[in-house]
Ligand binder design. Structure first.
Ligand SMILES: [Zn+2]
Length: 142
């Protein structure tokens, strides 16, 4: 396990990556986060959608967010801690895509020690990957 410290506007937020109950490595917070508080921007290499689709095909863990019809961010290259946020069908984080950025916000109050999750929506897995999020209203596939 390694630790990544991030500094934000009003609160000091420590995000810790570690083994996830859902899938592979997950991201946890060491302190509570209030609803609608910004957690951070998704960072990584900016690539074309065409390149994103090409990379998605040959990877098991994808870590790519599509921004619009032209661009995507690949968190696997020069990425930040948010690339470890796993999918949940009942997530505690939502992603707002605006002005060429993907911003992560708390969807509800998140408690210290909680794993951060977001809804991948229409993912590059095309609904073929079994979901292990454990949520009551799990859609079963991503
Ligand atoms: Zn699920």
């Amino acid at each position: 396990m390694f630790v990544l410290a991030l500094m934000f506007y009003t609160q000091r937020l420590m995000l810790i990556s570690g083994k996830s109950r859902i899938q592979g490595t997950g991201l946890y917070t060491d302190s509570a986060i209030s609803v609608r508080v910004k957690i951070g921007d998704y960072v990584g290499e900016r690539i074309s959608i065409r390149e994103a689709r090409r990379r998605a095909k040959r990877r098991r863990t994808i870590a790519i967010i599509e921004l619009d019809d032209n661009y995507a961010i690949d968190g696997a290259v020069r990425g930040g801690p948010l690339r470890f946020v796993n999918h949940s069908c009942d997530p505690n984080v939502f992603v707002r895509i605006a002005y060429g950025r993907a911003e992560f916000y708390a969807r509800r109050v998140i408690l210290a020690g909680d794993e951060l999750t977001c809804d991948y929506g229409d993912s590059q897995h095309e609904g073929k990957l079994p979901c292990r999020c454990g949520a009551e209203k799990c859609r079963k596939f991503i």
